[in-house]
Design a binder for this molecule. Structure first.
Ligand code: NAP
Ligand code: GLV
Length: 310
């Protein structure tokens, strides 16, 4: 049974193969486009599909995504819908995302952008510091990443709340669910963190209507997908002062075009989709296990529900 790895150029490509060979001795690893005998290839490990790949792999039985979010794969018409798709749950990626969320939440909570601007202007002025208990941090998405970030935020003493599709109960977190829960969730959130998957239901969810429901002076941290945000609405909310700042890791178009207003906006902090990267060393055990499961005909780990969209 062979595994086809797409994207040999990616910096992580050299790490996957030795680690997978260590975990699954005897595994036959090939790199696109040198596929050899296509009939032997049971699974493909990929972020994006190269043109013409699926036509060359009639015996393919599964797709293993190298990322947690699979929205791009699901909306790619070239990807056969018959193939089971497993997304990645990588402990290192989860830890990195939580670091990113804690960093951005603390940055806004501790008024770092205000003090940074003051330093540039040589202004010495102390501002009252809200207590964490009075700072309500709201997590959109209570999955692998959202829940871990909430656990890491908890020791700081923030008033934590979360929103998910189905009702959830998490210790120390005020939980809201579904379309009916979105308004009450947002209205009580001072720092909004987005970690929902991009689906038909969540595309454009951070729009003028949602932003208007945030308390005045709230902050937005988007580390899920750029298409969750209606950029013009966020820019308007920042310019009016209703939203005091935004930390954005993901964008409609990546790399972000050089003339995009976010680059120079004084209230925007940007990172280049670097919040949480896949680490092949910690992700390889899931891939090896899924190869074993595929060989044995057992259900794959972390299967994506295509109907749900994540
Ligand atoms: P996950 O485990 O599948 O969790 C998704 C959460 O979102 C679940 O709680 C789910 O609700 C909720 N959700 C989905 N649709 C919803 C809706 N319509 N309304 C309300 N809640 C909804 O996903 P994850 O592993 O935490 O990853 C989340 C996203 O992070 C990925 O999809 C990806 O876009 C993004 N990401 C970004 C980076 C980066 O570097 N910036 C890295 C990795 C991942 P239920 O609990 O009811 O299912
Ligand atoms: C990165 O954005 C991922 O979804 O893994």
């Amino acid at each position: 049974m062979a595994l086809l790895i797409v994207s040999r150029e990616h910096p992580s490509a050299d790490v996957w193969a030795p680690e997978l060979r260590r975990l699954a001795p005897g595994i036959d690893i090939r790199y696109w486009p040198d596929i050899g005998d296509p009939a032997a290839i049971a699974a493909v490990l990929m972020w994006q599909a190269p043109d013409g790949m699926f036509e060359r792999l009639p015996q393919l039985r599964a797709i293993f995504a190298t990322g947690a979010g699979v929205d791009a794969i699901l909306r790619d018409p070239r990807v056969p819908a018959r193939l089971p798709l497993a997304r990645l749950i990588d402990p290192s990626m989860t830890a990195e995302m939580s670091e990113h969320v804690v960093l951005q939440v603390l940055r806004f909570h501790r008024q770092e952008p205000v003090y940074a601007a003051q330093q540039r202007a040589r202004v010495w002025q102390v501002h009252a510091q809200p207590h964490p208990q009075s700072r309500r941090v709201g997590m959109m998405g209570l999955g692998e990443l959202g829940q871990d970030a909430l656990r890491k935020l908890a020791p700081f003493g923030f008033a934590l709340r979360g929103w998910s599709r189905s009702p959830r109960q998490l210790p120390g977190v005020a939980c809201f669910a579904g379309a009916a829960g979105l308004g009450p969730f947002v209205e009580g959130t001072d720092i909004l963190v987005n970690l929902v998957p991009l689906t038909a239901e969540t595309e454009g969810i951070i729009d003028a209507k949602l932003l208007a429901r945030l308390p005045a002076g709230a902050f937005v941290v988007n580390c899920a997908r750029g298409r969750h945000v209606v950029d013009a609405d966020l820019l308007a909310a920042l310019d009016s002062g209703h939203v005091a700042g935004a930390a954005l890791d993901v964008f409609h178009q990546e790399p972000l075009p050089a003339d995009h207003p976010y680059w120079s906006h004084p209230k925007v902090i940007m990172t280049p989709h670097s919040a949480a990267l896949t680490n092949p060393l910690t992700a390889a055990p899931q891939i090896a296990e899924n190869l074993r499961r595929l060989a044995d005909g057992r259900p794959l780990l972390n299967l994506v529900d295509r109907a749900r969209g994540y």
